[in-house]
Design a protein around this ligand. Sequence first.
Ligand SMILES: Cc1ncc(COP(=O)(O)O)c(C=O)c1O
Ligand SMILES: Nc1ccccc1C(=O)C[C@H](N)C(=O)O
Length: 507
Amino acid sequence: MIATGKRPDIDSRNEVQHLCNKKMKNESSNGTLTPHPLDQLEEIARGQGLDITDRKFAEYMDSIDPIGHLREDFCYPKMKDLPKTDLSLVNPDEDCVYFCGNSLGLCPKKFKEYMLMEVDKWMKTGVEGHTSGDLPWAWFDELFCEDMGKIVGAKKEEIAIMNGLTVNLHLQLISFYRPTPTRYKILIESKAFPSDHYAIESQIELHGYDPKTAMIQIKPREGEQLIRGEDILAKIEEEGDSIAVVCLSGTQYYTGQVFDIPTITKAGHSKGCYVGWDLAHSAGNVELHLNEWEVDFACWCTYKYLNSGAGCLAGFFLHEKHKDNTFPKLRGWWGHKLDTRFKMDNEWAPCVGALQYRISNGPGFLGPSIKASLEVFKKTSMKELRAKSLLLTAYLEVLIQRKYGGRGKVTNGRENGTQNGGEDWKQVHVDIITPSDPAQRGAQLSLSFSVPIQHVFEELTKRGVVCDERKPNVIRMAPAPLYCSFVDAYRGLEYLDQSIQAAAKIN
Ligand SMILES: Cc1ncc(COP(=O)(O)O)c(C=O)c1O
Ligand SMILES: Nc1ccccc1C(=O)C[C@H](N)C(=O)O
């Protein structure tokens, strides 16, 4: 089933009620119906005799959260340690509100210990460190493939951990984008993350084609913010015979929209296209079954929901059906089988599967954070994480809607941020452009405001709400379920309220 990307066309004043009445259902990947998370929240609140907007409800949700204790595995920043917090406005010793795990995940506590072990090993043993210790530098990356595979629904042999995301995307396109005069196009989303856009544009140019004709950018319909799934399928149907590769993001970075990977992959295959995914905002955020969905290739970074630190090594998935492929690829000695790698006979004998795409020996000092992060993931499962995430994001959504969804001028998003001063600030409206259908979103909510966002964002920052602003017009908030709590969402909303009031005074 592919659902449309359009938010329900309803009066936002009644939106929450409407969603409750509609008893919208959430279809999980195995086809079973589970209650809409908002219904679950309402039911829990009723059962406890609490109002959903009461702080006590957030506290109760935290008390029954089966993975709430995992927050203790992370260094959750304090208000006083953030560089831009105004300590006259907050309690310096309190935790901040960290809603930025979609950009940079928090540091796992074990990281420092594991990193110091590697430093110590180098100091004491020099080159011996390649083959000794917990993370031998010569094959530390291979130690993570199985656990990383579980997070994205892949077999160990289908995974490599290397380079950065964009480098991996280039390596994959070198293999999968082999244009011919009749099949030379790449389908991507319009307003894709700039790095993906540039990578694809440059690959097209490298083959002597013109991105103006070879790069198809699928857009939202006029007046809409989200790309409809049905439009992606229609485009594949219409142009599929000339498309070499369909290459979309699993979760759109700006809107937070999650695309239907299995359906789109199938549609691409039925037209003879290869289908690959940028999972930067999906890995560790939503459930993925890359092997089962027959995705040809995928890549993702590990510094967002996978908490491995800025610019850390990226994930690389190659479906097992391509494990012995002879596609063009860039070779390096680390793609050569380990047993003969050091024979130095210059006879290319590649590793099987994803590992053959490795070029250089890996940076051993990037292993400790990945190890520390994966250990936390091993204490739970993507299913359990996603179950919490659905509730937590719906909770943040309902708080925003109750406070800011029903007042003032309802904008369509495109006009937002153009008004200034006076009356508009008395009736601020916040529009959530992320799909309201939980199956079509992960942890992130992208908020557009009926007033300019710059001062609201600055005021949030002063109050220790760590989120980000993305041009042209959204503030993204992502309560990552591994370490964010319901009380964080509650406090985030209190601070949003204060920030809007403070920004109104400036304007
Ligand atoms: C969708 C997407 N693609 C690509 C990137 C950039 O990847 P990198 O700089 O790690 O290559 C990011 C985030 O930085 C992203 O969100
Ligand atoms: N790696 C970074 C370094 C600096 C600034 C931002 C990033 C991000 O990751 C941004 C993220 N990809 C985004 O969705 O906007």
